[in-house]
Design a protein around this ligand. Sequence first.
Ligand SMILES: Cc1cc2nc3c(=O)[nH]c(=O)nc-3n(C[C@H](O)[C@H](O)[C@H](O)COP(=O)(O)O)c2cc1C
Length: 259
Amino acid sequence: MSENVIYCYSGTGNCLDMAKKIARGMGGADIVLMRKAPAVTDATAYKRMGFVVPCYGGGLPGGVEDYVKSIRIAPDAYKFGVIQFAGYMGSGLHKIDKIVGLDYWNTLPMQSSAIWLMPHWLCFPPKTVKMALKGLDKKAGKIAADVKAQVKSKKAPPKRVICAIESAGFPTVNKLLNKSMHVSDACIGCGTCAKLCPKGNIEIRGGKAHVGKNCIACMTCVQYCPKEAINVGKITRNRERYQNPNVRQDELTEQIIHI
Ligand SMILES: Cc1cc2nc3c(=O)[nH]c(=O)nc-3n(C[C@H](O)[C@H](O)[C@H](O)COP(=O)(O)O)c2cc1C
């Protein structure tokens, strides 16, 4: 067993890609996925523990806050948090800090990944996926070096009132997005979406995917459907799909990845 553990949520692979890079830079870590309730909640044997999560709606993806609360941590463990986002970091790290007390935190902006909202070439400054990932590799290496050296952040992660308001309203936005989810006749019932849905919210019935009412709008089904048959109303129709190129589909469904 490694001395290091990283708890990670990832919808389209960005955070898992970064968690793997940070783990490699640290000389190894157990990465526990938090797409579903984490398989390891007793983390008292780890000396360093991290959280690598995305900003969703100014806060954290649905369920993550409760998952973090369920983890038992050694009192003297070094704790770090990293948030990935398209435009702004939001209040997710502030929420994690309030639960676990972070020693160190950092951010990893990834502009090319919010294409459910807008095509990535509309982000400012526009970057191709390749360009965006190149910059992140270097930053993930720096974070790993800081964590290895157990650097402490001077300030706590910021709490931004506007992000707190946004994240409080995000469940309502989720419901609206959920209502707009549409499966077209292009669906071949392959089950990719059902396998990848972190909430078990998609069923294959009669050879076709059916999206339930428990959607957290992670867009994983939209992004990974091989037939581009799942869409949020007209928003995502004819829009390019995004999947982090360094993460395999099956890795997203793992519970623990040992690096
Ligand atoms: C449902 C959803 C909500 C998001 N909300 C925000 C946001 O409020 N602010 C932001 O900067 N990025 C936002 N993003 C962008 C993600 O933080 C970014 O794409 C991240 O890299 C995704 O990581 P992942 O691929 O590991 O899921 C959102 C993405 C999704 C899917």
